[in-house]
Write a protein that binds this ligand. Structure first.
Ligand SMILES: [Zn+2]
Length: 123
C-alpha cells in the first residue's frame, strides 16, 4: 500500500484500507479539522436546514420542539456529559444566547429563555 500526505499537517500516512479516499492522517487534530470542514461544507449546501422555515408552519415547529424535548428527557446524561466536555463552549454559547435574548426581549422579560438546542444525538 502506498503512503499519502495529509492535507493538513503534510505528514505522510498509510491510508486505511477501508477508506480509500482518505486524505487526512489519523491524528486527532487533523481529524477534528476534517470534521469541522465537512460540517461547514454541509451547512453551505444546506443553509436552511437548522433554520425555522415558515412555509413548514407552526405544526412542524412544534413537532421539532417536541422531538428535541423528548430526546433531552430521554438522554439527560448525554446532555450532562456534553456540557461537561464542552463547558467553555457552552458558557460562551449561553453568554451569546442571553445577550441576543436580552436584545430581542428588551420590552418584556417575563419568561426565561428556552433551553439551548439539544446536541446532536450521535455523541
Ligand atoms: Zn495530519
Amino acid at each position: 500500500m502506498e503512503t499519502r500526505v495529509c492535507i493538513y499537517c503534510s505528514i505522510s500516512f498509510l491510508p486505511n484500507k477501508y477508506s480509500t479516499r482518505q486524505k487526512v492522517c489519523s491524528s486527532p487534530v487533523c481529524q477534528k479539522k476534517r470534521q469541522q470542514e465537512s460540517m461547514r461544507a454541509w451547512r453551505q449546501k444546506n443553509p436552511n436546514y437548522f433554520k425555522y422555515d415558515e412555509s413548514k408552519g407552526p405544526v412542524w415547529l412544534e413537532t421539532q420542539r417536541k422531538r428535541s424535548r423528548v430526546w433531552r428527557e430521554k438522554n439527560p446524561e448525554k446532555i450532562k456529559l456534553y456540557r461537561h466536555t464542552h463547558q467553555a463552549e457552552y458558557r460562551r454559547y449561553m453568554k451569546e444566547y442571553m445577550r441576543r435574548y436580552r436584545e430581542t426581549k428588551k420590552v418584556s422579560v417575563k419568561k426565561p429563555p428556552s433551553p439551548p438546542p439539544a446536541p446532536p444525538p450521535q455523541l
